[in-house]
Write a protein that binds this ligand. Structure first.
Ligand code: SF4
Length: 338
């Protein structure tokens, strides 16, 4: 029978985000520096065999949902067959994927057959020039074709994630809401996070309340109760429903109010480091236990990470006087796994 992971503050941790690669074909401005980062050598990255072993340990401990992220997960060879083997081994596990969408078109049919719990596509702008500017290497047209291919294949709950930045896409919020409605997707607007001092800019930060005020017909949006059981509205988002259209929009106040008391998540980097909190600079390596297929050591490592989960994550958001150099350590989003 499955166990349960509970932290020192009584929170049940049943959701794990696993980064399967640090590599990405984009160079998003809020995610990594322009000249990229040094890729981790292949030998230090968890193999698919290691990852399957990790999934077993996690499901035995009561984890009910795993999200695979990157970098960009679809750039790793064999990712879709790997997802198929996870699904086959753990049919009741909820599986989600976060992607930049650039490689979706090729895999749409196989993704549709997988029965994913959700597919989250990052989409910050609908403007081709701005898309290229923010991703540095991306082609918006390919992403849009990927979204359409997934829709046409059917059966995958689609979410769009937009990081909102001042002087970049704040004015696009109504267009993005309209686009999501047209594609039958749920859109979530995410506060720009101070994770990486190389790319963080306080002047571009837009708080959740301001994002909310920029929705089309702002008076029509009603807050949905947190932790409603509907799967589309679980998680760190606060959801709002339009009283005229019934459409839902999520707002993730990752900085101004990160809902720590409801936090049910753990993260594992592509090198097998379990990080109990996105905003903590600490983690516990599970790599040796995974390589050695040592279930006991793995369980111990997981529980050690759990014991260090803070009651509340410190965003480390610097004051204007402190400036961005006060951010403690480089934490590139692509390395943490978003
Ligand atoms: S800051 Fe840390 S504890 Fe708070 S919600 Fe985020 S991951 Fe969970």
């Amino acid at each position: 029978m499955a166990g349960i992971i509970q932290d020192s503050f009584g929170r049940v941790l049943d959701y794990v985000r696993i980064s399967i690669t640090d590599r990405c074909n984009f160079r998003c401005i809020y995610c990594m520096p322009a000249d990229g980062i040094e890729w981790i050598p292949h030998g230090n990255i968890l193999s698919y065999e290691d990852l399957l072993f990790l999934c077993r340990a996690l499901t035995d401990l009561g984890v009910r949902k795993i999200r695979f992220t990157g970098g960009e997960p679809f750039v790793r060879k064999g990712f879709v067959p790997f997802l198929e083997s996870v699904k086959e081994a753990y049919p009741n596990l909820r599986i989600a994927v976060t992607t930049n969408g650039s490689l979706l078109e090729k895999w749409a049919e196989r993704i549709a057959r997988l029965g994913l719990d959700s597919l989250n596509v990052s989409l910050d702008t609908l403007d081709h020039a701005k898309f290229l500017e923010t991703t540095r290497t991306g082609d918006l047209e390919r992403v849009l074709r990927g979204i359409d291919a997934v829709r046409q294949s059917g059966g995958v709950p689609l979410k769009l994630n937009s990081v909102v930045m001042r002087n970049f896409n704040l004015d696009e919020i109504p267009a993005l809401v309209g686009f999501a409605a047209e594609k039958g997707a749920t859109i979530r607007f995410i506060e720009f996070m101070p994770l990486d001092k190389d790319v963080w800019s306080q002047s571009q930060f837009v708080p959740a309340e301001e994002i909310l005020s920029r929705l089309p017909d702002p008076a029509l949006w009603r807050s949905c109760p947190p932790r409603d059981n509907r799967s589309e509205i679980c998680g760190p988002s606060r959801y709002f429903q339009n009283s005229a259209t019934g459409r839902m929009v999520g707002i993730i106040s990752a900085v101004s109010d990160h809902f720590c008391h409801l936090c049910n998540r753990l993260r594992v980097t592509s090198t097998g480091v379990m990080r109990p909190c996105l905003f903590g600079n600490f983690g516990f390596s599970l790599f040796e236990a995974l390589r050695g297929k040592d279930s006991e050591a793995l369980r111990e490592g997981i529980m050690k990470a759990v014991s260090r989960k803070p009651q509340r994550g410190e965003t480390g958001i610097p004051s204007p006087e402190e400036g961005r150099n006060s951010l403690q350590e480089e934490r590139h989003m692509s390395q943490i796994g978003g």
